[in-house]
Ligand binder design. Structure first.
Ligand SMILES: N[C@@H](CCC(=O)N[C@@H](CS)C(=O)NCC(=O)O)C(=O)O
Length: 201
């Protein structure tokens, strides 16, 4: 059975749990005690050299980084639905994964980490003004697509939506409002009606 090394409050871990739920794939959740520094022990660094979560283990294969895990799960279990195989669809999906790992993460994700007082270097090295700028770019770019489309890629949900969803949905925890972006709010609500949806941490 798949094993997910997990940190409950993490949006990056949640996006993996969300895709697993949409796919209906069973897995064993292995909670890691980040407060006790379990993710920085030699044993954990052996499977995840950055000392970060999430990590997925599939038999002997170990995959770290949420983006890599989403791609792996979509190809392995997605029945062609969650990651388009054609060049345009695949490139578009990767483009949104890049937005997630840059503007969404360093804008909305980091604002949340700072505001919640996360004891990580990621939170400590950031500043809220920079976060707000990145967050605004992320929301504008998402809104640009979602004003005229229901989903980020083509006309069905993909891992692009799963990747970008968590930190946008939790924007208020970083004191960032999505109110000026109604199309983004409608998209959040759309994701929340998909079969298998699991609530945010
Ligand atoms: N780009 C990575 C980021 C992973 C990441 O930052 N994980 C956080 C939890 S959201 C973590 O493990 N933080 C603990 C630390 O860095 O000490 C991914 O998407 O997996």
């Amino acid at each position: 059975m798949l094993k997910l090394f997990d940190l409950h409050r993490s949006g990056n871990c949640y996006k993996v749990r969300l895709l697993l739920a949409f796919l209906g794939v069973a897995y064993e959740k292995i909670p890691i005690d980040a407060n006790a520094g379990e993710h920085k022990t030699a044993a954990f660094l052996n499977i995840s050299p950055r000392g970060q979560l999430p990590v997925l283990q599939d038999e002997a294969r170990v995959i770290w980084d949420s983006m890599a895990i989403l791609v792996y799960l979509a190809v392995r279990h997605g029945r062609g639905q969650w990651l388009p195989a054609d060049p345009n669809g695949m490139a578009a999906t990767m483009q949104w994964l890049a937005l997630d790992q840059n503007e969404v993460r360093y804008g909305l994700g980091r604002a949340r980490a700072i505001t919640l007082g996360n004891p990580t270097r990621f939170a400590q090295l950031g500043n809220l003004e920079e976060c707000r700028e990145f967050a605004h770019t992320a929301l504008e770019v998402l809104a640009g697509r979602l004003q005229t489309n229901e989903w980020l890629v083509d006309d069905a949900p993909t891992i692009a939506d799963v990747a970008c969803y968590p930190y946008v949905a939790m924007a208020s925890e970083g004191n960032i409002s999505t109110a000026p972006f109604p199309a983004v709010r409608r998209w959040l609500a759309r994701i929340e009606t998909l079969p298998g949806y699991v609530p945010l941490p």
